[in-house]
Design a protein around this ligand. Structure first.
Ligand code: 5RP
Length: 258
C-alpha cells in the first residue's frame, strides 16, 4: 500500500507555493462551479474540504449566480455553516432524491472506493450521498492510495451499549484480518481528537477507528461483514458510490471516473 503523501507546501506550475488548504479550496469551488446548477437539490458534505464547497454555494446564492437551491446537510456542523450563509435546508424526509452531493474523503483507492468518516460524519454522509444522482468527491492528492487500510484508519460508528464487545467481534471478522479497533476520544466526533472521553457523533454514538498495517484485500467483503455486525450503525467504506473524483494536485485539478 504505497500512498502518495503530500508534504506541504506543494508547488504550482507557476512556481508559487500552494498550501494544502488552498488545494482544498480550489477543488471545493470547482465542484460547485462544474456540478451545481440553479434549481438543484444538493447534498452538502462535512470536513475541511467540503467546507469550501458549502462556502461557494453560499457565495453564488448571494451573488445571484445560483437560484432556488435546496441543500441537505450531512452533519450539524455543515447545517450550521449552511444556515449562516442563508442556504435553504431540508432533510431526506422531504427531499429524498438529490441531484448532486459533494463531499471529501480520507482515502481514495485506484478503483475509486473510499474511506470516509475521519470527521465522524459518515453515517449521515452515506444516507444522504446514496440518494444523489451524481456523487462528486473532492480531495487533494494526499488522499490517493493504492489500497485502503494502511493509508487511513477505517471509522465505524457503533452503539455505545457494550461497545467493547462489538470491538472484539469486529476484530475477529475474516475480511478485517489484522485490524486494531481504537475507540475515538475527543470533545466531539470531529477530527480534533481533543479530550479523554469517548467522542460522541451527531447521532449519539461512538466511533471505533480500525487501524490496519496491511492493505485490505476485499473492501466490499469488509463492508458486508461490518454491516451485518450487531451494534454497528455504519462503517466508513464507501464502495461503488463515487460518480466522479475531483483531485487537486500540484499540476492542477483533474477528474477520475469509475
Ligand atoms: C467526514 C468525512 C470527510 O469527508 C473526510 O474526513 C475528509 O475530511 P477533510 O476534507 O477535512 O480531509 O468523511 O466524516
Amino acid at each position: 500500500g504505497l500512498c502518495l503523501a503530500l508534504t506541504m507546501p506543494t508547488r504550482k506550475t507557476t512556481g508559487m507555493a500552494v498550501s494544502q488548504d488552498e488545494l482544498k479550496k480550489q477543488v471545493g469551488y470547482k465542484a460547485v462551479d462544474d456540478y451545481v446548477r440553479s434549481g438543484m437539490v444538493v447534498g452538502l458534505g462535512t470536513g475541511s474540504t467540503a467546507y469550501f464547497a458549502v462556502e461557494r454555494v453560499g457565495q453564488k446564492l448571494a451573488s445571484g449566480e445560483l437560484k432556488d437551491i435546496v441543500a441537505v446537510p450531512t452533519s450539524k456542523r455543515t447545517q450550521e455553516q449552511a444556515a449562516s450563509l442563508g442556504i435553504k435546508l431540508a432533510t431526506l424526509d422531504t427531499q429524498p432524491s438529490l441531484d448532486v452531493a459533494i463531499d471529501g474523503a480520507d482515502s481514495v483507492d485506484r478503483t475509486l472506493n473510499l474511506v470516509k468518516g475521519g470527521g465522524g460524519a459518515h453515517f449521515r454522509e452515506k444516507i444522504v450521498e446514496a440518494t444523489a444522482k451524481t456523487f462528486v468527491v473532492i480531495v487533494d492528492e494526499s488522499k490517493l492510495c493504492d489500497s485502503l487500510g494502511p493509508h487511513f484508519p477505517v471509522p465505524v460508528e457503533v452503539v455505545p451499549f457494550c461497545h467493547e464487545h462489538t470491538a472484539r467481534i469486529i476484530k475477529a471478522l475474516p475480511a478485517l484480518e489484522g485490524c486494531e479497533p481504537v475507540l475515538r476520544l475527543g470533545s466531539a466526533a470531529n477530527n480534533k481528537r481533543d479530550g479523554d472521553q469517548p467522542a460522541v457523533t451527531d447521532n449519539g454514538n461512538y466511533i471505533l477507528d480500525l487501524q490496519f498495517t496491511k492493505p485490505i484485500k476485499d473492501p466490499r467483503a469488509a463492508a458486508r461483514q461490518l454491516k451485518s455486525t450487531i451494534g454497528v450503525v455504519e462503517h466508513g467504506f464507501f464502495t461503488d458510490m463515487a460518480s466522479v473524483v475531483l483531485v487537486a494536485g500540484k499540476e492542477g485539478i483533474y477528474e477520475r471516473k469509475p
